[in-house]
Design a protein around this ligand. Structure first.
Ligand SMILES: Nc1ncnc2c1ncn2[C@@H]1O[C@H](COP(=O)(O)OP(=O)(O)OP(=O)(O)O)[C@@H](O)[C@H]1O
Ligand SMILES: [Mg+2]
Length: 461
């Protein structure tokens, strides 16, 4: 009996430094709200990103690529993550950093391929026969089992489980197999939960807690759902979102059928074996067949390659080709480099370290350095998110420093040390002095470079 729950292999984006960004902050007509969704300024880039989001949503952008280029700390990574938030959880978004391709165990192109497939989603719709409702009763009925006891004792085992399910229309009592009882326990089902059980496979899915049980003083973080409508026993459309990589992983073993159902079923069994090219081709074949039949729908997602200048010529050649495949996601690159040598070549210099033939395919969005006021507004938002109370003067001082420092990031990073210093001095909020002190303790890159130049003789060469 298989539980058809999808084990996602999506990577978790590290967004702690971007936790104040909640989206692109655009109006309905696509124009930019100067300060919204945690975003300040950078209007052109945000509007451009908004159009890209629309193109992705309307599926007009598959196989194309975008480049975010601009100075360090100007919000490129933030924009990419905002795009992910705008697209929502149903569109796969796979973030990676250029240098991830360098591994001693896996080929560079293999790493790229894996990430490509993490960024291509498949929405599988199936009509299934289910029993759905709010659990009104859950009683395992036990029998004495002479075999399982050991040492002469009689152990009890579950013979079957009686389950009561209620919908708006009626109630039904079911007598179920012990294996389903195990599944119920695994899903932590208790009376008052809304669940459904697939009739064919016996898979149990807990939808949430029935909202009749929602209390005013609710301590558990639970999702409340309405009592299901219709009969307990019915046909229900079940939608599953998986990525091609989920399918690769799930099928990276010899057994298992080649139809989509058994491919999805494999997802519940985690075990990593090698994913071969042959396997990927097989999966593509099956996926293409199901796309043709309309059983599944392709959801091209986003592969975000940060620090793209870290890729080398081999990777770029591979990308050129991969972007042309029919199963290709939208690729977003980001870089803060200007003209530089392409990695893996002797002396081929190109803008952003990206070969011209790939550059030619890209749409480029530029990010600009921030003005003092913008830096100030971003700092205010960051201080609030990090829970650092700031004096107005301290904020102004930090904004000034932002102009001198190498990047906005430096002043954002000064917030916490300054907060520690304020606490030591038993101050309620961070003052100018704390900012000054923190700045003396931690240099920004420019100041550090200056120091190095001044005291060059003292260092080892
Ligand atoms: N316009 C903005 N509004 C609000 N916060 C911003 C904005 N731009 C940048 N930030 C924040 O400033 C910090 C630095 O930005 P980010 O990491 O996106 O820069 P980057 O362009 O990716 O730099 P790098 O080239 O060094 O990777 C992050 O914490 C980010 O969330
Ligand atoms: Mg970045």
């Amino acid at each position: 009996m298989k539980i058809q729950e999808v084990r996602s292999t999506a990577k978790e984006a590290r967004i702690a430094t971007h936790s104040h960004i909640r989206g692109l902050g655009l109006r309905d007509d696509g124009t930019c709200e100067p300060v919204a969704a945690g975003f300040v300024g950078q209007e052109l880039a945000r509007e451009g990103a908004g159009i890209v989001v629309d193109l992705i949503r309307s599926k007009k952008m598959a196989g194309r690529a975008l480049l975010l280029a601009g100075p360090p700390g100007s919000g490129k990574t933030a924009i990419a993550l905002a795009i992910a938030q705008e697209l929502g959880p149903k569109v796969p978004f796979c973030p990676m950093v250029g240098s991830e391709v360098y591994s001693s165990e896996i080929k560079k192109t293999e790493v790229l391929m894996e990430n490509f497939r993490r960024a291509i989603g498949l929405r599988i719709k199936e009509i299934k026969e289910v029993y759905e409702g709010e659990v009104t009763e859950l009683t395992p009925e036990e029998t004495e089992n002479p075999l399982a006891g050991g040492a002469g004792g009689y152990a009890k085992s579950v013979a079957h489980v009686v389950l009561g399910l209620k919908t708006v229309k009626g109630t039904k009592q079911l007598k179920l197999d012990p294996s389903i009882y195990d599944a119920l326990i695994k899903e932590k089902v208790s009376v008052g939960d809304v669940i459904y059980i697939e009739a064919n496979s016996g898979a149990v899915k807990r939808v949430g807690r029935s909202d009749a049980f929602a209390t005013e003083f609710d301590l558990e973080a639970d999702e409340y759902v309405p009592l299901p409508k219709g009969d307990v026993h019915k046909k229900k459309e079940i939608i599953q979102d998986v990525t091609l990589h989920d399918l690769d992983v799930a099928n990276a073993r010899p057994q298992g059928g080649q139809d989509i159902l058994s491919m999805v079923n494999q997802l519940s069994k985690p075990k990593k074996t090698e994913i071969t090219d042959k396997l990927r081709k097989e999966i593509n074949k099956v996926v293409n067949k199901y796309l043709e039949q309309g059983v599944a729908e392709l959801v091209p997602g986003v592969l975000f390659v940060d620090e793209v200048h870290m890729l080398d010529i081999e990777c770029f050649t591979y990308l050129n080709r991969a972007l042309e495949s029919t199963l290709s996601p939208i690729v977003i690159f980001a870089t803060n480099r200007g003209m530089c040598t392409i990695r893996g070549t002797e002396d081929v210099v190109a803008p952003h370290g990206i070969p011209l033939d790939l550059l030619d395919r890209l749409m480029i969005i530029r990010t600009q350095p921030y003005t003092r006021d913008e830096t100030r507004a971003i700092l205010a938002i960051r201080a609030k998110t990090e829970g650092v109370p700031l004096d107005d003067e301290a904020l102004a001082k930090l904004a000034d420093l932002g102009g001198e420092a190498t990047s906005l990031r430096y002043v954002v990073q000064l917030l916490q040390p300054a907060a520690v210093l304020a606490r030591v001095a038993a101050r309620e909020s961070v003052s100018v002095d704390d900012v000054e002190d923190a700045r003396e303790l931690f240099l920004d890159a420019k100041a550090s470079a200056r120091m190095l130049a001044e005291h060059e003789a003292r260092y080892i060469h």
